[in-house]
Design a protein around this ligand. Structure first.
Ligand code: AMP
Ligand code: MG
Length: 347
């Protein structure tokens, strides 16, 4: 009898303890780095852990921003100056890893993702903190740079040095650095014991865990109107990246010139409005979204296969939505009368 009473008492105490612990909540913080607003969401019982997580993300993103800034004085601009002078440059291990991953992804994309075309991006006026206003550069200047054909294949990389056989190579990691930084931030969060979080840099994100009982739900921006065109629930640990012609651009003489340059022509890639990619790695998703945007309706399936990407949504200039079967199986289209084409997938 005494024993039973003691057990009951113990159970009551346990129940009371459980009740007094606050339920996990989503804590949100907003930062400005990598040229964009970054939202950090963390599901946790206590505010202090969420704050610690935000600090971790801020540190990691700021580090990549400083290291790889393409036009403000940075370690990258120093490397670029020396590559232009045909010099071999000493690098550290973290620089090696970053460039190596970008080089591998460039190869897999047939150099459509080509971080060696910094001179072209600069020529178009996108190396600026201000919104570019045009006019477009002279045709001859574009042609001259395209003829020099800078690519990541020109780069010789060892764990301690980088050099280029082509002095026209100027590195610009605008299509990859955000993904790489988010991967690092998420790895650090996991090490700190965070299991449920999203790091969302202007719609490009990696999500881990869930929002508690429900998965994290993400909206994908409509490329030509306000609001979302689709939404998706993330599973486990995955990244969702979108490249769009609405992100950085100028209109000139009634034509839009945006920031995703086709290395083959030297002009902004035509035919695509946006591409969304889901992949485990944010760095891969970032590079792939850019490459598939340029690949367009004709080539995206082939390049996606080469880059190991199963989940793709490409919206072309007529607002036709192309998707792989894997993407179609999980995405929610949020507009009426969408023209959807489910293609590929026989990998
Ligand atoms: P994203 O928004 O990820 O598609 O990246 C676009 C940014 O990447 C641009 O602002 C440029 O800095 C850079 N970029 C433009 N064209 C290319 C390209 N073909 N390959 C790699 N980076 C590019
Ligand atoms: Mg990208």
């Amino acid at each position: 009898m005494r024993l039973r009473r003691l057990t009951l008492l113990l159970l009551t105490t346990l129940a009371l303890t459980a009740c007094s612990e606050p339920l996990p909540q989503v804590h949100k913080a907003r930062l400005f780095t990598l040229g964009t607003l970054v939202d950090v969401s963390v599901l946790d019982r206590d505010e202090a852990t969420a704050q610690k997580a935000t600090n971790i993300v801020e540190t990691e993103l700021a580090l990549i921003n400083t290291q790889w800034h393409a036009w403000r004085d940075s370690p990258l601009t120093k490397i670029n100056q020396q590559l232009a002078q045909r010099k071999k440059v000493a690098i550290d291990t973290s620089t090696y890893r970053f460039i190596k991953q970008a080089q591998t992804l460039a190869t897999m994309s047939n150099q459509l993702f080509n971080p060696a075309i910094g001179s072209l991006v600069g020529l178009w006026g996108f190396h600026s903190d201000d919104t570019p206003v045009g006019p477009p550069p002279a045709e001859a200047a574009i042609e001259a740079l395209v003829k020099e054909a800078p690519s990541m294949a020109n780069i010789t990389l060892t764990p301690t040095t980088i050099s280029s056989s082509n002095p026209a190579v100027q590195l610009d990691f605008g299509a990859f650095g955000k993904g790489y930084a988010i991967d690092r931030a998420i790895e650090k969060l996991k090490l700190a014991g965070v299991e449920n979080a999203i790091v969302n840099a202007g719609g490009d994100l990696r999500a881990i865990g869930s929002k508690g009982e429900h998965p994290w739900r993400i909206g994908i921006r409509h490329p030509t109107e306000a609001g979302v065109i689709a939404s998706i629930e993330t599973r486990g640990d995955e990244s969702l990246f979108t490249s769009g012609n609405y992100e950085r651009f100028f209109d000139f003489d009634g034509k839009r010139y945006h920031h995703i340059i086709d290395p083959r022509s030297g002009y902004p890639a035509t035919g695509t409005l946006s591409v969304t990619v889901i992949h485990h790695s944010a760095a891969t998703a970032d590079a792939a979204a850019t490459a598939l945007f340029i690949a367009g309706t004709q080539q995206w399936q082939q390049i996606a296969r080469q880059m190991g990407i199963d989940e793709v949504m490409l919206i072309d200039r007529d607002l036709t939505i192309y998707m792989t079967p894997q993407m179609a199986a999980r995405i929610h289209i949020e507009i009426d009368d969408a023209n959807i084409r489910i293609v590929g997938g026989q990998t």
